[in-house]
Ligand binder design. Structure first.
Ligand code: NAP
Ligand code: MG
Length: 481
């Protein structure tokens, strides 16, 4: 049984209360580790350590901070295989996804911001021959980072790296559902000799540990990725305290498929966009809007490829759909499968859990599921399911497609599939989403702004946006005598 520990002031420690939570392996349904159930006392200790470490870390300068971040990245790459196995064990995702996406991206997050701070953008405004303004950016102090379970180390480091790079000290909480690689990151920081208190990692539930963290008066900013409901709660706690917040929330992403798309490529890419990571990526497609003239052909090809995806043991390289992260989330997805039927939908493939047998017989597995026959107004097509479930919706005209894409409370990402470049740009311009991909999916240039419109969030992460979020601008106006 792995015993996960908090990382406070440079050392690994047990929770003050000595209370622990169970952590499950989704592929077996069995408890494989214990996680600290940290309370206000642990959170206060972590914040105190971060506060103490802040002046020195901020004063260290970009070059030195960058060296620490590169050292952490190098250790992540060195331990890539072990970290990938840990991520699979904890989250249920496939080993291929963990090896090729999650862990390399965690290293890139540190490398990207380590490099970005050594080449800062200088902002100046010349008012007259003798008057000059220079905008300087200083770190905020102690900031909080809270991340979800779907891309555990990937999203955890996506928040921590820019915060540290900008000179802040951090108290970070991973999801209690997938805390293992955050614990490994703590071990790596110790190996990299990161000064004590610069990064503190605290484990526990959202309702106790998370709440204590966001409410603490010493926290200057909160970067959060997770559900819209918790995002709203965090905003309501942060607003009266005038804390900065960056909220990356849910989605119900449309994929608009026009009759003139590159058919084979579109089907293949959309199968990936729909079911990667068991559909547990905030950017996965969930509403497939398909032009009526190719609807039947698209449906046949899409269902055929979706049903051919291997669902089962996430440790096997040939598996394409692993286990659903938790019993709670598994139950939630199953309830939507039931709802889709009640609302009159037809299940074209999947639609029910499978038993992977043997050691995995108690694991939580749902194969790729495709539903049709539901209009855009029903709950199945309006609410975030966050699993391997998509719905096919036909449309006739371009205007109808745009209206359907936008007719949802979320606005995180959208994809557009057509060989008509002008049409693609026209549709993109009218689609309300923070991230739009044309004839592709999930290509990420870390310099670009990332985030959602409407109920998908507030603020943007990535590149310059992240460094701006984690700093306070200060204008220095100088008049020459
Ligand atoms: P969640 O329930 O909102 O949890 C996210 C994080 O917040 C977890 O660490 C959770 O801790 C913590 N938390 C829960 N209640 C809290 C509270 N009252 N105060 C402070 N922290 C609290 O979301 P999830 O189910 O883990 O993740 C799935 C959601 O994330 C989906 O909606 C998905 O779309 C969204 N997501 C968005 C993006 C994006 O970039 N926009 C990326 C990935 C995922 P515990 O888990 O320990 O309770
Ligand atoms: Mg787990």
């Amino acid at each position: 049984m792995i015993r996960i520990l908090n990382y406070i002031n440079g050392t690994l420690s047990e929770p003050c209360s000595n209370k622990w939570l169970d952590n499950y392996n989704p592929a077996t349904g069995a408890v494989f580790s214990k996680v600290p159930d940290s309370d206000e006392e642990d959170v206060a200790e972590a914040i105190q350590a971060a506060e103490k470490a802040f002046p020195q870390w901020a004063a260290l300068g970009a070059e030195k901070r960058s060296e620490y971040l590169f050292a952490i990245a190098a250790l992540i790459r060195e331990h890539l295989e072990a970290l990938a196995v840990d991520e699979v064990t904890d989250n249920g995702k496939t080993i291929t996804q963990a090896r090729e996406v999650d862990i390399p991206r965690a290293a890139s997050n540190f490398e990207f911001f380590a490099k970005a701070i050594t080449d800062p953008r200088v902002e100046t405004y010349k008012t007259s021959d003798t008057i000059n303004n220079e905008v300087q950016r200083q770190p905020l102090g102690v900031v909080a980072a809270i991340s979800p379970w779907n891309l555990p180390l990937y999203l955890f480091t996506w928040k921590i790296a820019p915060a540290l790079a900008a000179g802040n000290t951090v108290v970070a909480k991973p999801s209690e559902v997938t805390p293992l690689t955050a614990f490994r990151l703590a071990e790596i920081c110790i190996q990299a000799k990161l000064p004590p208190g610069v990064l503190n990692i605290i484990h526990g539930s959202g309702s106790v540990t998370g709440n204590a963290l966001i409410a603490h008066k010493k926290i200057k900013a909160i970067t959060f990725t997770g559900s819209t409901a918790v995002g709203r709660h965090i905003a309501s706690v942060a607003a009266p305290q005038l804390k900065k917040v960056s909220l990356e929330l849910g989605g119900k992403n449309p994929a608009t498929v026009f009759a003139d798309c590159d058919f084979d490529k579109t089907v293949k890419e959309l199968v990936r966009a729909s079911f990667s990571n068991q559909g547990e990526i905030c950017l996965c497609s969930s509403r497939l809007l398909v032009q009526d003239t190719i609807y039947e052909r698209f449906k046949t090809a899409f269902v055929q490829q979706a049903s051919a995806m291997n669902t089962g043991n996430p440790m096997l390289p040939e598996t394409r759909v692993g286990a659903i992260v938790s019993q709670t989330h598994f139950n939630k997805i199953c309830s939507y499968l039931q709802l889709a039927r009640e609302e009159g939908g037809t299940v074209l493939c999947g639609g029910a859990p499978i038993n992977a047998g043997g050691e995995l017989e108690n694991g939580w597995f749902i194969p790729p599921t495709v539903i049709e026959g539901l209009n855009n107004n029903c709950r199945t097509n309006r609410e975030e399911i966050f699993g391997p479930v998509v719905s096919l919706i036909p449309f006739t005209t371009e205007a109808e497609a745009i209206a359907l894409a936008n007719d949802n409370e979320y606005g995180l990402s959208a994809t557009i599939w057509t060989t008509d470049e002008e049409k693609a740009q026209r549709v993109a311009a009218q689609t309300d989403a923070g991230v739009i991909w044309i004839n592709c999916w999930l290509i990420r240039d870390l310099r670009t702004p990332f985030g959602g419109m409407k109920n998908s969030g507030m603020g943007r992460e990535g590149g310059e946006e992240a460094l701006r979020f984690f700093t306070e601008p200060k204008n220095i106006c100088t008049k020459q005598n």
